[in-house]
Design a protein around this ligand. Structure first.
Ligand SMILES: Cc1ncc(COP(=O)(O)O)c(C=O)c1O
Length: 450
């Protein structure tokens, strides 16, 4: 894929053709509607005067719960952890808890969970090695909002800065660049999916006059690849970018919390010259609603935060009203498991990911698994029904399974068995395509490379 620069500072999106996507969407829509309507009316009739009886509402919810449980038993392609029990927090459903403003200041709206929020942020400050008095952060609505915030700080520091991000970055990065009207340059990737520092260097040298705002992936969406922080910093220095001329934001949606819990993994730390990190709270931690964590250096927030009288706080967040439940979910997830519990969960995910990779290899399917990653990449199945059943995410010729905590060995066995049987039908006498360009010749099981 080409780097996306042009003279007018516009960003061009090079969206890959996704064959059969429309078909899958349409079929999926019909199926979901049929399931939901299966005798249980979920329509909201505006004209209805009386409230529905508790019994009828309970029927709808019970049916929906069954549908969700069925879906989770086949949920393999998305990095959400479905293995949790937040039942103990049910009493909090009676409150609208809202964390307006700066969590370290609180606000004039008293029904807030700012104390939980700060306690969670302190935990992450220790994890990513930054002193209490040197950091600032907040609980976001998800990894995307964290990226919005991180890149905003980058831009406020360097109004004429250029965003550099690998072509494998999450789509939110390109959207944010467009919304902020910033020049964004796509950097090519290695086969693993990590940023290609040789290409980064060429691009940096071609734009030496402008500061660099780097978005680093701590786990890319499709391949779970981790950009090499040290090598990127070295590349910046070698290209003549001193520390006062670059800003690094780390998009750690899934692996930003998992890597620090693995002993041999690359270290994610504010002791390196990075400016911000974000993760999603509903991914590894398994919060029941989308949420996330954003941490940055205190000095950065001062540049654009503002005191707001009406909320009795300082405005430094992207959104105004923020979920007060989310910090409590994250706090509970951390407290309940403790560090050892979390480390064990990471190990289990990595082990099961290796199990899946080996199993797919054994049946002759092209497969790749990056070190320290729980994302198993393989050839895209040819059948929409199969992709939908297992909730697989795909791009071009590849698909993936993200082995999260709820994914059992039994689920993986049954997935591989069905994949193998269906594959024999899909291909018949035809040979599966070569995936050397996508996952490397050593991982490709086509006739030429196996
Ligand atoms: C690398 C990466 N960044 C950001 C996001 C966005 O996170 P969220 O869905 O929490 O907004 C994702 C989501 O999968 C991701 O994989």
């Amino acid at each position: 894929m080409e780097n996306q620069v042009n003279e007018n500072m516009n960003i061009y999106f090079n969206i890959p053709q996704v064959h059969g996507l429309e078909l899958c969407r349409e079929e999926g829509k019909d199926r979901k509607i049929q399931e939901i309507n299966n005798g249980h009316n979920m329509n909201l009739a505006i004209t209805k005067c009386n409230g529905e009886s508790q019994g009828k509402l309970a029927l709808v919810i019970n049916h929906y719960t069954e549908t969700l449980n069925q879906e989770i038993s086949h949920l393999l392609g998305y990095p959400t952890n479905q293995s949790f029990d937040y039942g103990a927090l049910a009493p909090l459903m009676q409150f609208h808890i809202n964390n307006l403003g700066d969590p370290f200041i609180g606000s004039s709206y008293g029904v807030n969970s700012a104390k939980f929020e700060v306690s969670v942020l302190d935990w992450f400050a220790k994890l990513w090695e930054i002193k209490k008095e040197e950091y600032w952060g907040y609980i976001t609505s998800g990894g995307t909002e964290g990226n919005f915030h991180g890149l905003l700080i980058g831009r406020e520091n360097f109004p004429d800065g250029i965003i550099y991000t690998s072509q494998d970055s999450h789509y939110s990065i390109f959207k944010i660049a467009k919304m902020y009207r910033m020049q964004c340059i796509k950097v090519s990737t290695l086969i693993t999916g990590e940023i290609d520092c040789a290409n980064l260097k060429t691009l940096l040298l071609a734009h030496k006059d402008k500061p660099a705002i780097i978005n680093l992936n701590i786990g890319t969406t499709m391949k779970g690849a981790v950009d090499n922080i040290d090598m990127v910093i070295q590349t910046l220095e070698e290209s003549g970018f001193t520390r006062d001329r670059f800003y690094i934001h780390c998009d750690g949606a899934l692996l930003g919390i998992m890597l620090p819990l693995i002993k041999q993994a690359p270290v994610i730390t504010f002791e390196k010259p990075i400016g911000s990190i974000t993760i999603s709270g509903h991914k590894f931690l398994g919060c029941p609603t989308p949420c996330g964590v954003l941490l940055t250096r205190l000095e950065h927030t001062n540049t654009f935060s503002k005191d707001i009288e009406v909320i009795g706080s300082r405005d430094a967040t992207i959104s105004g009203s923020r979920s007060g439940h989310a910090p409590i979910f994250i706090w509970y997830a951390l407290q309940k498991r403790g560090l050892i519990g979390l480390e064990n969960e990471v190990q289990k995910c990595l082990m099961n990911a290796r199990y899946l990779k080996d199993k797919l290899c054994d049946v002759g399917i092209s497969t790749m698994l990056n070190e320290f990653s729980n994302t198993v990449v393989f050839e895209k199945p040819l059948d929409c029904e199969f992709i939908r059943k297992w909730n697989l995410a795909y791009q071009g010729n590849i698909a993936h399974v993200v082995v999260m905590q709820h994914v059992t060995i039994e689920m993986l066995d049954s997935f591989v068995d069905e994949f193998t049987q269906k594959r024999a039908i899909w291909y018949g006498l035809r040979k599966p395509i070569c995936l050397a360009n996508e996952i490397g010749a050593q991982n490709c099981a086509c006739m030429l490379h196996k």
